[in-house]
Design a protein around this ligand. Structure first.
Ligand code: C2O
Length: 481
């Protein structure tokens, strides 16, 4: 267990305590509960990894640049084509390199480090480019199966505006529907909406106000803010809420659900929108580090050939991968003031005690900003995820009996990944919590609340961060297109 490593605690301060035993969740903290959780083996079959292969040449794809559209905007015949593509994908013989199952297992290959694949593409800066490359080849396979590789593009699930799962993926709710998956949360599967706080326009706009890629999209060893929220959060909302969370809530299985691809298109669109704000200077630019650009991964293409593609190859999706997205009209915040914060150690238990320690000067400027209606976020970087913890948690500042929501954390299931999981970035909206968090007397502490304590029993745990910052700014006025 890594929670109580005292020698580390002065350098990497404790962040917070007691998920699942805080107010309102009277779950016993016995560790025997945890050991009784039976995780499935991930992945179910670790496929032989494609290695090497013909390197992608930028400019070699000369198909037209075609819009990836929202599912809700697809015509009847486009929807029928999408369904047909998945019908044919699912019907491929088991030795084929394009099968639905093998493709899903290729996703899990890159999170489980089996069969010689050493790269974990989650919780790192490889997250955005790897998934973009994966979608590209998957899209080509689907397009070729319906004889329309030039025009077929994956649609996205615009969960920001379409709050329930698109109907085509839900009904008919049986295996006659190639977009259906029987392993989803029953509420979502029954046409229910996402939790009101998840994947919102406000959240996305705030994320688009981040100017540095490290915070937005991660570093070599730390996951970026988008990966947890909204990416993991929506995964967890769609999958069942009990371990082992398959399909969507478990990385070993997630790509078996066709909604995975439309969810990831929406994530990819978010990255694209973030980059679209770039001008001179470094803001909104991808990393230029060769370690980022030269990461190279192998896939199977529509001809079952092994191909390889690098992160650098996928950065310009219009030029190189031949798809585009509709521009986004946004009012995003600009964060221009960054305050490094000290945060206090806390001990395990229901009340971890006060959290942030800031100077009087910082307190005053942050509270003045918030009082004027400006955005304020708390960035906790390098938050270490304890082994074997999975599930969805709301994060709130607690002071007295006041609970101010700040965000959420979803840790996707995947037993093998627990051996190697990397720290994440939490990017938390503290507009409502700031006055409690920064109060000079008895300031708020930060707690995690298990969203589904009856279905997912977790013992208390502590999160530690490597750094904390408060960022404040103002709303940028001009909409961008
Ligand atoms: Cu590779 Cu949405 O996960």
């Amino acid at each position: 267990m890594n929670q109580n490593n005292d020698s580390d605690s002065t350098r990497r301060r404790f962040l917070q305590g007691a998920a699942a035993v805080t107010a309102g969740t009277a779950i016993a903290s016995s560790s025997t509960l945890l050991s009784s959780i039976a995780f499935a083996q991930d992945p179910p079959t670790c496929p032989t990894a494609p290695v090497g292969g013909v390197p992608f040449t930028p400019g070699s794809d000369k198909r037209p640049i075609v819009l990836r559209n929202s599912i809700s905007a697809l015509s009847g015949s486009q929807l029928a084509q999408l369904k047909l593509a998945f019908v044919r994908l699912r019907a491929l013989g088991s030795s084929d390199k394009r099968t639905w199952l093998l493709q899903a297992d290729i996703h899990s290959l890159f999170c489980n480090q089996c069969n010689g694949v050493s790269m974990q593409i989650h919780d790192s800066w490889g997250f955005f480019p790897w998934h973009r490359a994966y979608l590209y080849y998957y899209e080509r396979i689907l397009g070729s199966l319906v004889g329309d590789i030039d025009q077929f593009r994956l649609p996205y699930w615009d969960w920001e505006n379409s709050r329930s799962m698109p109907a085509a993926y839900l009904s008919p709710s049986n295996s006659g529907n190639s977009l259906w998956d029987g392993r989803r949360d029953s509420g979502i599967a029954g046409g229910g909406s996402l939790p009101a706080s998840d994947g919102t326009t406000a959240r996305i706009n705030t994320l688009l106000g981040i100017t540095d890629f490290a915070t937005f999209g991660g570093t070599a060893g730390i996951g970026g803010a988008c990966e947890n929220d909204p990416h993991n959060i929506i995964h967890g909302d769609v999958g069942p809420h009990a371990p082992p969370f398959e399909d969507m809530g478990n990385l070993g299985y997630a790509a078996r659900d066709p909604i995975f691809f439309s969810h990831h298109c929406n994530i990819d669109k978010l990255w694209s929108a973030w980059n679209a704000q770039a001008g001179g200077g470094t803001a909104y630019h991808n990393p230029t580090d060769p370690g980022f650009l030269n990461a190279r991964w192998s896939f199977y293409d529509e001809n079952q050939q092994v191909v390889s593609i690098s992160a650098g190859d996928v950065l310009s999706h219009e030029d190189n991968l031949r798809y585009t997205y509709q521009g986004r009209k946004i009012n995003i915040p600009i964060f221009y003031a960054i305050y490094k914060c000290e945060f206090l150690c806390c001990t395990p238990g229901p009340d971890p005690g006060p959290f942030l320690k800031v100077s009087q000067e910082v307190r005053e400027s942050v509270l003045t900003q918030v009082g004027a209606g400006n955005p304020a976020v708390l960035v906790l970087s390098g938050v270490e995820i304890p082994q074997s913890v999975s599930g969805a948690f709301d994060i709130a500042a607690i002071r007295g009996d006041r609970r101010s929501p700040m965000g959420a954390l979803t840790i996707l299931g995947d037993t093998k990944r627990d051996k190697t999981h990397k720290p994440v970035t939490l990017f938390l909206d503290i507009s409502k919590a700031a006055s409690d968090l920064l109060a000079p007397e008895n300031p708020a502490s930060i707690h995690l609340f298990n969203r589904h304590p009856e279905q997912n029993r977790t013992k208390p745990f502590i999160l530690r961060a490597q750094g904390a910052q408060i960022r404040t700014g103002s709303m940028k006025q001009e909409p961008r297109s």
